[in-house]
Write a protein that binds this ligand. Sequence first.
Ligand SMILES: [Ca+2]
Ligand SMILES: [Ca+2]
Length: 243
Amino acid sequence: MDQSILELIWDMGYGEYGNSFKVLNPSGSQKWSFTGYGCVAGDPDYPPCLYLQSQAVMSTDGILYVGSSDGNLKAINPDGTLKWVSPVGSSTPVVSLDGTIYVSNGDTLSAVNPDGSLKDAYATGHSLNTPTILAPDGTLYVVSNEKSTSRLFAFNTYSKGPALSSWPMYQHDAQHTGRLTIPGDLNGDGKVDCTDLTIVKAAWGKRAGQAGFNPAADVNGDKVIDIRDLSFVSRKLPLASQC
Ligand SMILES: [Ca+2]
Ligand SMILES: [Ca+2]
């Protein structure tokens, strides 16, 4: 898996329809284009053109999830091949740290396993089809898009926050900052190196609330700085790094 390439996930913009899905190299050249979208030449109406209908989001292991105009959620492998298709909806999903994908469709919020099977579903009785947002504490938020009175729904989940990827949900994070982050880059200097590893070591063993706890070093958000954080940053180091 070429994770470094997929850090540059293309933000297509919610509601801005497109008929191709491209992933670019850091130089701007095209890495691959997903061929599951578009129209039949000369006959754009039959069969119907298939277009992207959501922002794409990315799991910790580089799987891309994007909604398409036929109401399906598509999972695309890091090499651009189709992984699975699930009829759970085409709104912008969110992918969590444990790999569960949440997506709204009609009045229903669905939780989907990483293999595409349905994990759980909840019918709100209100029209959704809006981006699903997952806060770091695992609370899931979705807004109904009714004309008269929109409602905000909050759900408890077993997920421990969003995936540790550069783009796990609509507008990147619960604050909608839209900032592209490089997983493992704790000091925000645009690269993962020994300095980032040092940041984890400096807060080693500290828990939230204790002196010396550094939220930036708690990459998995479990409120303790431990081997999970260290191994995550270590895996993101360039090959042959010696720290
Ligand atoms: Ca860094
Ligand atoms: Ca941690």
